[in-house]
Ligand binder design. Sequence first.
Ligand code: HH2
Length: 253
Amino acid sequence: MGVVNVTPDSFSDGGVHLDPDTAAAAARRMRDDGAAIVDVGGESTRPGSGGVTLDEELRRVVPVLERLQGDVPVSIDTTKAEVARRALALGAELVNDVTALRGDPDLAGVVGDGGAYLCLMHMQGEPRTMQRDPRYDDVVSEVASFLEERLRTAVDAGVPEERICLDPGIGFGKTVDHNLELIRRLDVLVALGRPVLIGISRKSTLRKLTGSDDLVAASVGAAVAAFERGATILRVHDVKPHVDALAVAGAVA
Ligand code: HH2
């Protein structure tokens, strides 16, 4: 899964893809480099961010989705039902909701009615405050219970189970140790029976571990580690090096 953030403030690629033509070109390049799907988002969820209005989010993502329609498989990274509804009408196949259906009561219905795929992600707290002092007794079992409960809720709300993937939400209310523990013991999440998505590309955990600002190699290393523990969807900004590394890791597996 390639990432195109149509935002001025994303920590990873903020401001780079604000122009719709530039964003669409980036998405096409990711497809050509081997991405199975490209995740388009108009709201940054970086630690400390406070959200955007519906109008602003639509203004950012709709022109990009229009350009990609019928051309690039798209996932929409949103917590808002109306953004999801417009995105699905423009051909998006997956709704990536970092609130796991806790943000907008209408989102489950939009996903179910639209026959879309859904990603449910774990987050402790909310982006504005989530990195202040995240605490868990056992991060892996708490994230697993949360995802199991959200999976049941989504299915009860009309989203078929076979259309849902699960994500521990690396960096969303978690310390470096929490993030590493979640990847180390990913088998616990894989055992929930749904595909597991990991998004660790260019995240601050990698900067803390390497002391480097160039996080491509660190991102690839983390993705391969996650893949080897059962992750099947990797959300990444640098598609080509990930596709190559995962082709080799997959050939060995
Ligand atoms: N991470 C980010 C955004 N959306 N969705 C899922 N399912 N999993 C993730 O780990 C995830 C996500 C944050 O990364 P990024 O999009 O690069 O930055 P920002 O939120 O600042 O736009």
